[in-house]
Design a protein around this ligand. Structure first.
Ligand SMILES: Nc1ncnc2c1ncn2[C@@H]1O[C@H](COP(=O)(O)OP(=O)(O)OP(=O)(O)O)[C@@H](O)[C@H]1O
Length: 280
């Protein structure tokens, strides 16, 4: 059974704007899914259906087989943790630790489990030294990681991340990649909205492309990033490595650092010519 099952979902805001039309997708337990598409494509509206912030205007959203219309946000929060794009929508406690502890406390985890989850979430997000600081005395990038830690500490089977890398420097993006690796090892399902195609290509098993409130492509990163017409329609770029590979005349769909190195080793003469031409 799919952990997340969305069937023919449509959603119209009270203002009359229809943000989603006929969206269907299933996500298996443990899958890592990235949702991409230009601003206004409907990504956040879709993601907010996963923890019941929004309920369908039409169609159904099921989490672990249960229709979200029959559940409160509080009930759904035990299954789906949601990290908002803007941490101000999420943080409220006087210290980072209290914010991070709130979720597991609310889910009535035992004290031992609460402590373990809180310590792990603080460590994984690089916030152990800031645990006793007020979240609003931290930088915006750190606050964003507090929001992530608060959700990690809940230990939910699924986590939704809205633009997790925005505002993070390279070191912190690497840290977030490690967090995703740990979540994957634990079998947690991850759905992330991202505008960062390199991050998307490196860290996800599946990419869903949205445009005008609908899904226009769905497949592995290699399958999706090879479909230039769909990317064009969604106004998203290919990952940098793929563009570089195309410039080098490689036909393979190279989207990750590992894949790029593999191709490079398979074509050493091309690199040798380049190096000798520059005299290095
Ligand atoms: N609260 C709201 N009230 C009315 N319309 C909204 C609201 N939030 C979003 N919309 C509209 O719904 C559509 C989809 O917006 P949504 O935020 O889901 O897109 P998105 O793909 O997440 O964009 P972004 O990448 O900018 O976050 C857009 O036309 C947007 O203007």
């Amino acid at each position: 059974m799919s952990l997340i099952s969305i069937s023919n979902l449509s959603y119209t805001y009270p203002s009359g704007v229809t943000a989603l039309t006929g969206v269907s997708m299933d996500v298996a337990a443990g899958e890592r899914v990235a949702i991409i598409g230009q601003n206004g494509a409907g990504k956040t509206t879709l993601a907010r259906h996963l923890n019941g912030i929004y309920k369908p205007s039409d169609g159904t959203v099921r989490i672990a087989g249960q229709d979200t219309t029959d559940q409160s946000i509080a009930q759904l929060s035990a299954s789906v943790g949601y990290v908002f794009q803007n941490p101000a929508d999420q943080l409220f406690a006087k210290t980072v630790r209290r914010d991070v502890e709130f979720g597991p406390r609310n889910l009535a985890k035992t004290e031992t489990e609460r402590h373990r989850l809180t310590q792990w979430a603080l460590e994984a997000t690089g916030l152990t030294d800031q645990a006793d600081h007020h979240p609003y005395h931290l930088s915006p990038a750190e606050r964003k990681r507090v929001a992530l830690a608060s959700v990690l500490a809940m230990g939910t089977p699924a986590v939704v991340l809205d633009e997790p890398t925005t505002g993070q420097d390279h070191r912190e993006v690497t840290r977030i990649q490690h967090v995703l690796g740990e979540l994957h090892e634990q079998g947690t399902t991850v759905v992330a909205i991202t505008h960062d195609m390199d991050f998307c290509a490196e860290n996800f098993d599946r990419v869903i492309v949205m445009a005008h409130g609908s899904i226009i492509a769905d497949g592995t990163p290699a399958e999706v990033f090879a479909q230039q017409d769909k990317l064009h329609e969604a106004r998203v770029e290919q990952p940098q490595l793929l563009r570089l590979a195309r410039e080098l005349g490689w036909s393979a769909t190279v989207i990750t650092v590992g894949g790029f190195l593999e191709q490079l080793r398979a074509a050493p003469s091309a690199v040798g010519e380049e190096t000798s031409a520059t005299g290095e």
